[in-house]
Design a protein around this ligand. Structure first.
Ligand SMILES: NC(=O)c1ccc[n+]([C@@H]2O[C@H](COP(=O)([O-])OP(=O)(O)OC[C@H]3O[C@@H](n4cnc5c(N)ncnc54)[C@H](OP(=O)(O)O)[C@@H]3O)[C@@H](O)[C@H]2O)c1
Length: 264
């Protein structure tokens, strides 16, 4: 989805790091922040395709502490600072089927990617933000944290709930020191990750992706908007949150789910 209305330069001079910035929501965020004038660095395990070459690329498996450390070193050496950190990399890598289908390794892998990668990157990049008394950290969570579905996402929703709590704590810790920390919680978004998740679950349950969507709808209800979000819609929210217009916003969790969550 192209957005020709974005032609401002409000992020000029800023360096933004977007994890998982080669696909889906992360790619849309990286593109938006670049459109707003930021120098954007993306990380992922695989080299981006041609469409992404406009951003700087630092390879890293963020599930691995040593790789996070190496990537931070490379980023500091090449770019000197990070003003905006978008912890977006994440996803559901575990099997569905509830508690008995899940091994320690499934739990460990999910927590590494969805919680500890952000904890480690924040810890590594915060000192310089605190020194310059400016910076914004975004944690991309999920409405699954608030509304888990045991058949499909037990470790993922638990990891994202932990991320929400951690994000709130960190925001309070650094609020008086010029750094803002925010959580963004999308409902279903039309990405490769979402399509892969639907296909995996369909295989496991011996059904189709339509069957999985039916199961999900029975659990979490109909989305009043009647569709998934597009990645660019999440990116628009993130662009606002990292901008100077959002200077008084910190510590909150912004839900973007087409009205799906049935709670106030
Ligand atoms: N799509 C949804 O419906 C939805 C809903 C709520 C929340 N979210 C959250 O939004 C974020 C992005 O989701 P998405 O659907 O856009 O994902 P996606 O399409 O699967 O893209 C994931 C990105 O993260 C990278 N990545 C995956 N594992 C990584 C690892 N171990 N180390 C480094 N990079 C890694 C991927 O590149 P490589 O594979 O090359 O590493 C890719 O760039 C995630 O945190 C997800 O939990 C998504």
């Amino acid at each position: 989805m192209e957005n020709n209305q974005i032609n401002n330069t409000e992020l000029e001079g800023k360096v933004a790091l977007v994890t998982g910035g080669t696909k889906g929501i992360g790619k849309a965020i990286a593109d938006r922040l670049a459109q707003a004038g930021a120098k954007v660095i993306v990380t992922a395990r695989n080299n981006p395709n041609e469409g992404n070459l406009k951003h700087a690329f630092v390879p890293a498996d963020l599930s691995n502490a040593a790789d996070v450390e190496r990537a931070v070193k490379e980023i500091n050496e090449k770019f000197g600072k990070v003003d905006i950190l978008v912890n977006n990399a994440g996803g559901m890598t575990n099997p569905g089927g509830g508690h008995s289908a899940l091994t320690d390794q499934n739990w460990e892998d999910t927590l590494q990617l969805n919680l500890l990668a952000a904890v480690r990157l924040d810890r590594a990049l915060l000192p310089q933000m605190l020194e310059q008394q400016a910076g914004v950290i975004i944690h991309i969570s999920s409405t699954s944290a608030l509304f888990p579905v045991w058949e499909s996402n037990m470790p993922y929703s638990a990891a994202k709930a932990a991320l929400n709590s951690y994000s709130k704590s960190l925001a309070a810790e650094v609020a008086g020191k010029g750094v803002r920390v925010l959580t963004v919680s999308p409902g279903p978004v039309n990405t490769e990750g979402m399509q892969a998740f639907l296909q995996d679950l369909a295989k496991q349950y011996g059904t189709t992706t339509a069957g999985v969507i039916e199961l999900m709808t029975a659990r979490i209800g109909v989305t009043p908007m009647g569709r998934m979000a597009e990645p660019e819609e999440v990116a628009d929210l993130v662009q606002f949150l990292v901008s100077p217009k959002a200077a008084y916003l910190t510590g909150a969790n912004y839900i973007i789910d087409g009205g799906n969550l049935p709670v106030v």
